[in-house]
Design a protein around this ligand. Structure first.
Ligand code: ATP
Ligand code: MG
Length: 229
């Protein structure tokens, strides 16, 4: 059975999910007439460089709280359930094995993340597993990508174009997204600065209640209950 709905996938560490993610997903959805967007918090094994500050459980909870505000957005635990680090190629292969149709799947990234695509696991084959929807980010216009990635330039198409053949395409979506990053949010919170208007209200309540990004916080407190050292 092949699925008919056009499905966007937004992956990331999401530490935490913020309104930049929502607007990136919305921009891709509008430009490419997607029916829904599935948010996929990534699994980052402990003790790796750049390990997230919030646990996978809290990152999933925040994504779910944010998705609950939008009827076109859902959240999947697929990458958190799979062992080892999350690689997009493996995620897409699981979705294809589950019956998703690659011509109807759109992996959404910001232009900053896509600029690193040549370093991704199983590049360039990963580009054959789904369409890609690359969305502008402040200081990262999609128009600059052809110069950064000359080897891919002839595969870029605008969102309005209908790609030829049955292959997958790399769509460039020139949407305006807010100038916010998870790094900026963590930095503000550790300095007790406001992040009002940068994250979904329910996400902000969750962060505050669980002290996820307080100065000095290591957000795994739930792992340290029951009198453990
Ligand atoms: P960090 O600062 O921790 O890297 P981030 O804000 O970049 O966090 P990620 O979880 O790394 O968030 O990003 C997930 C995906 O969302 C990436 O593809 C990234 O490019 C994209 N993204 C995040 N924020 C924006 C934004 N404001 N505009 C466009 N794309 C964005
Ligand atoms: Mg990032």
């Amino acid at each position: 059975m092949k699925q008919r709905a056009r499905v966007g996938l937004l992956g990331g560490t999401l530490d935490p999910m913020h309104l930049g993610h929502v607007e990136t997903a919305r921009g891709a959805m509008k430009a490419l007439a997607l029916d829904q967007v599935i948010v996929l918090p990534a699994r980052v094994p402990p003790h790796r460089a750049g390990e997230p500050m919030a646990s996978p459980f809290h990152r999933f909870a925040m994504a779910a709280l944010c998705a609950a505000d939008h009827d076109w957005m859902t959240v999947s635990d697929d990458e958190l359930q799979a062992p080892g680090p999350s690689f997009t190629a493996a995620t897409l292969e699981r979705l294809l094995a589950a019956g998703y149709d690659r011509s109807q799947l759109f992996f959404i990234t910001g232009a900053d993340a896509f600029a690193e695509i040549e370093t991704w696991h199983r590049y360039p084959d990963v580009l054959k597993l789904a369409n890609f929807a690359v969305v502008s980010r402040p200081r990262w216009p999609v128009g600059d990508l052809a110069a950064r990635l000359p080897g891919l330039a002839d595969r870029f198409v605008t969102a309005a174009a209908t790609p030829r053949g049955s292959g997958t395409a790399i769509f460039l979506v020139d949407a305006r997204t807010p100038d916010v990053s998870s790094t900026d949010i963590r930095r503000r919170l550790s300095g007790a600065q406001s992040v009002d208007g940068l994250v979904c209200p329910a996400v902000l309540r969750h962060i505050t209640r669980h002290h996820l990004y307080d100065s000095g916080a290591r957000a795994g407190v739930a792992n340290e209950l029951h009198g453990q050292d």
